[in-house]
Design a protein around this ligand. Structure first.
Ligand code: ACO
Length: 319
């Protein structure tokens, strides 16, 4: 039986730190409001000349080094992003070229904050089906470019960054179960409703969110998905060692942890320093915890992401 397993992780954060106190000088907000409502204290902002593919490249090189592979070994690239360098070609094709390799499949997945689990699930299927042996799966975003910096209800929430994993074919189960969901009826509660029309940008090119509606949807959907994912693997909740959730709001994360009976020291939290980096948040969290040696071989990890679409998904895996 063919499985896929995470062989190495990597991440990259832009150098510029934007703390809540600095934001409070630009919009009518406060460190206290942001920390209490979200758990976020600071976020990173990409430099003007840093593209999503640049962030992705740095995270990818770190993941490849950790996995002990070179670009020549990679036979599939999937990039999860909602902030691609350009409309097309895909950021995955640009990344492939920046890695100096060519010829094998490379494509983007657009599922906003669920993008990384969508990309991981897709890569897992490629590996299980024998179409890839060494896949590079990346989540990379520059959300700072689609924020209205005068809108205090959204600009305080997001940050820029990238995370990557190398997924290798193996006969030992790594990824056990993936689950993907979407419900387009909720597409208007979290959206950047712009498109390019005849040479002009049509619609508002900034992120719009109905925060309370998103909060309510996320809490319920993530709890149900966690239960469903464990059941699909035939594993009890008590076997779960770690939750590596999408980093949107500490209260959403705490609610999922409570549902799973996990104490917060078994939950990887990075949003205090990263903010919500959309598709990058899970691989960033995964890399930080992996490099700190928090995961032990054989431990059971649940990854969960949710975002615009609405789209949400999970991956249950053995470390
Ligand atoms: N600073 C100060 N006050 C603010 C700010 C701010 N940055 N933003 C909004 N407010 C005000 C509002 O104007 C409102 O004032 P009013 O009562 O006078 O009208 C008040 O705070 C309460 O606003 P709510 O939106 O009801 O606040 P809520 O407690 O719901 O928190 C938040 C807002 C943090 C966005 C929350 O709804 C949330 O986290 N939702 C989940 C959304 C999310 O995480 N999205 C990320 C992308 S999707 C995903 O990844 C899951």
């Amino acid at each position: 039986m063919q499985y896929s397993r995470i062989a190495g992780t990597g991440s990259y954060l832009p150098a510029r730190v934007l703390a809540n106190a600095e934001l409070a000088q630009q919009v009518d907000t406060s460190d206290e409001w942001i920390v209490t409502r979200t758990g976020i204290r600071e976020r990173r902002i990409a430099a003007a000349d840093e593209l999503t593919s640049d962030l992705a490249l740095k995270a990818s090189l770190a993941a490849m080094e950790a996995a002990g592979v070179t670009a020549a070994d990679i036979d599939l690239i999937i990039v999860a992003t909602t902030t691609p360098d350009v409309v097309f070609p895909s950021t995955a094709c640009i990344l492939q070229d920046k890695l100096g390799v060519h010829g094998f499949p490379a494509f983007d997945v657009q599922a906003v904050c669920a993008g990384f689990v969508y990309a991981l699930a897709t890569a897992d299927q490629f590996v299980r089906g024998g179409m890839a042996k060494t896949a590079l799966v990346v989540g990379a975003e520059v959300f700072s470019r689609i924020l209205d910096w005068d809108d205090r209800s959204t600009c305080v929430l997001f940050g820029d960054g990238a995370g990557a994993v190398v997924l290798k074919a193996t006969d030992q189960p790594g990824i056990l179960v993936t689950k993907l969901k979407a419900d387009g009826r909720y597409r208007d509660i979290l959206t950047t409703p712009a498109s390019i029309m005849h040479g002009d940008v049509s619609g508002k090119p900034f992120l719009h969110m109905d925060g309370p509606a998103v909060f309510k949807f996320a809490v319920k959907a993530l709890a149900e998905l966690a239960t469903e994912t464990l059941a699909a693997a035939g594993l009890p909740q008590s076997e779960l060692s770690w939750l590596v959730p999408h980093q949107a709001n500490l209260r959403i994360i705490e609610s999922t942890a409570k549902h799973l009976g996990l104490s917060m020291d078994k939950v990887v939290v990075t949003l205090d320093r990263h903010g919500n980096t959309s598709a990058a948040s899970i691989p960033l969290a995964l890399d930080e915890a992996a490099r700190a040696g928090r995961f032990k071989p054989g431990e059971l990890l649940l990854l969960e992401g949710i975002g615009g679409g609405f789209a949400w998904g999970s991956a249950l895996l053995r470390w």
